[in-house]
Design a protein around this ligand. Structure first.
Ligand SMILES: [Zn+2]
Length: 165
C-alpha cells in the first residue's frame, strides 16, 4: 500500500479494527497514524455520550414531561428549559452530523473544493420542525414538543400584546 489511507479505510479501521495491510502502512506513515488516532478519539467520546443518553430510564422522559407541564401551569416557564429539552431530542441528529463531519474532514480531496458545512442551531431547527408538523397527527413521543411550541408561541403573543400601547 503506497498511497495514504482512504476515508473509507479509516472509517472501517476505527469501527472494526486495522487490517494487516493497513497496519503495515501505518507503521511507516506518521500522518495516517495521527489521523486514525484522531478519528478513534472522536468516535470514542461519541460512544460515551450515546451510552449515557441511552441509559436514561423510561421514567426520566415521563418525569420530564410532567415537570414541563407543571411549570407551564404554574406560569414558571422559561426558555432555557425548552432549549435544554429540545437539545436532548436533537442529539441524535447532531450525532449523525458530527460523524459525517469527522469522516469528511479526514482527508480533503484536492480535486474537489472543500465541502462547506452549514451550521444551524439544532434547537431552533427542531422547534421549527415540530411547529410545522402541528397540523399533522403526531406520534405520542412528540407531544411534549407540541406543548412547548404552543406555549412558546402563546408567550410570544402575550409579550407582543403587552408591548403595544
Ligand atoms: Zn499514510
Amino acid at each position: 500500500m503506497n498511497e495514504h489511507v482512504s476515508q473509507e479505510q479509516f472509517a472501517e479501521a476505527a469501527l472494526s479494527g486495522v487490517t494487516p495491510a493497513l497496519q503495515s502502512h501505518l507503521n511507516g506513515c506518521f500522518t495516517c497514524r495521527v489521523e486514525l488516532e484522531r478519528l478513534r478519539r472522536a468516535l470514542g467520546s461519541l460512544a460515551e455520550d450515546a451510552q449515557s443518553a441511552a441509559a436514561r430510564p423510561e421514567g426520566f422522559w415521563t418525569r420530564q414531561q410532567e415537570t414541563i407541564a407543571a411549570r407551564i401551569q404554574s406560569g414558571d416557564f422559561r426558555a432555557p428549559s425548552a432549549q435544554h429539552w429540545a437539545g436532548r431530542l436533537a442529539w441524535a441528529g447532531a450525532l449523525a452530523a458530527v460523524i459525517l463531519a469527522a469522516l469528511l474532514s479526514l482527508r480533503p480531496d484536492p480535486q474537489r473544493p472543500a465541502l462547506e458545512l452549514t451550521v444551524v442551531d439544532p434547537d431552533e431547527e427542531l422547534l421549527l420542525g415540530v411547529e410545522q408538523s402541528l397540523r399533522r397527527p403526531l406520534p405520542q413521543a412528540l407531544s411534549p414538543g407540541v406543548v412547548l411550541v404552543t406555549e412558546r408561541n402563546r408567550a410570544a403573543r402575550l409579550q407582543q400584546a403587552s408591548a403595544r400601547p
